[in-house]
Each structure stands twice: as structure tokens, then as C-alpha cells.
Design a protein around this ligand. Structure first.
Ligand SMILES: [Fe+2]
Length: 217
């Protein structure tokens, strides 16, 4: 867990191309290893596969009921817990709400060759007519990741220009970024031999219908 100290809040708000912060080793290593031990195999039928789209080659599990006991508890008690929400409210200066159904967050995995085209997310929070997607919170679970494997998440100010920031998907690394109008992705194929794993959570804020877009650009 992290504390939104004044230093962390400053780093987050001043980061380019949009507010973000990378936090290493904020979670108990044994807890993350337990979550990895519950992680479904590549061929498991619980995965929703997206491997024919030109936009992405990845898979995900969104339903808490399809996750192992420790993983589900981590989502329900920690990632959706009051303690973390309080810190995220301080970090962003916004009243943040979790999405108990997770979609399209949850467990994310890219196979060897997987990619995610540079894009911006829709602002609509799936399942809510009055919530707006604000934050993407990613925890990487790749103990074997090494330089050259690729799969770094890039953040762009302008997708036609150079990537502004790259974040390697290292074990026990957390990336929190303001997802509003944020260009992001890993367009080059991931080359690691183990699947690239991450826990993905979206947090929302309340808004009026007029502010919502449903497009994945
Ligand atoms: Fe996205």
C-alpha cells in the first residue's frame, strides 16, 4: 500500500504527458506470489481472448467470481477498500469510486507477440450512466521480465510523435495514471517467454451524461 504524501502528489500531478506515478514494491511480495499461483493458465476457459483485433492481442478476466480466493480478496478488501480510495482521493484531488464489477479491468495478460495499439480509453464507466473513468491502476506481476522482452507501457502526448514515457512491466511495480484523454499502449509485440501479466483496476468519478464518450479511439 502507498501513502499519498505531498511529495508523491507533487510527482504525480507534474508528471508528463499526463498525471501519473510509478511505485515499486508497495505490495507484500508473498501476497503477489500467492496471486500468481492462482493465476489461470494460458488455455484456461475463464480468459476472454482478444487475439483477432487489429487493436490488441491480449486476454482478460473481469469477473471476481472467476478468480482465486486471495486474488478476489485483494480486489475487494484492498483495491476497492476505503484505505486505498482515501489515498487516491488525496493523490488526484477527486472523489474516486471503485467499479465493483471491474469490467474492463481485472486480470490482464498478453501472450508472446501480444500488443496494445496506442489509443485513448472511452470515458464512460461500463455499467454506470453517471460515472466517468478517471484512473487506471496497474500492478505488474512479471518476475521473469528482462530488458529486451518489450511490453513496456508507453504514454504519449501525441501518438504521431515519440513516446514520452515508458514503464517496464516489472514484478511488484504499480503504475497509476490519469486515463482521461491519455494516449497509451504497447504497440510493439511483447517478446517475453512467459505471458505479460498485470492486475488492472479502473476508478471513476461522478459526472453528468454529457461528459461521457463511449469510443475507444
Ligand atoms: Fe486503455
Amino acid at each position: 500500500m502507498f501513502k499519498a504524501t505531498p511529495e508523491i502528489c507533487k510527482e504525480y500531478s507534474e508528471a508528463k504527458p499526463q498525471p501519473h506515478i510509478v511505485l515499486d514494491n508497495i505490495w507484500d511480495e508473498d501476497l503477489l506470489k500467492e496471486i500468481i499461483s492462482e493465476w489461470p493458465e494460458e488455455k484456461d476457459s475463464r480468459w476472454f481472448q482478444n487475439n483477432t483485433s487489429p487493436k490488441a492481442n491480449k486476454r482478460r478476466i473481469c469477473a471476481l467470481s472467476s478468480m482465486g480466493t486471495t486474488t478476489r480478496k485483494f480486489f475487494e478488501e484492498t483495491l476497492h477498500g476505503k484505505g486505498l480510495l482515501k489515498e487516491l482521493n488525496i493523490l488526484t484531488g477527486i472523489e474516486i469510486f471503485p467499479n465493483p464489477k471491474l469490467t474492463p479491468g481485472g486480470l490482464h495478460e498478453s501472450p508472446h507477440g501480444g500488443f496494445l495499439r496506442v489509443h485513448t480509453d472511452p470515458s464512460a464507466a461500463i455499467g454506470f450512466s453517471d460515472r466517468h473513468r478517471v484512473l487506471n491502476f496497474l500492478i505488474y506481476l512479471n518476475p521473469d521480465w528482462k530488458e529486451g522482452d518489450g511490453g513496456e507501457l508507453g504514454l504519449w502526448e501525441d501518438p504521431r510523435k515519440e513516446c514520452t514515457k515508458k514503464v517496464a512491466p516489472k514484478f511488484n511495480r504499480t503504475l497509476i495514471f490519469d486515463v482521461r484523454d491519455a494516449w497509451h499502449g504497447h504497440p510493439e509485440p511483447y517478446l517475453g517467454s512467459s505471458p505479460r501479466r498485470c492486475i488492472c483496476v479502473f476508478y471513476n468519478r461522478k459526472c453528468s451524461d454529457k461528459q461521457i464518450s463511449i469510443k475507444w479511439v
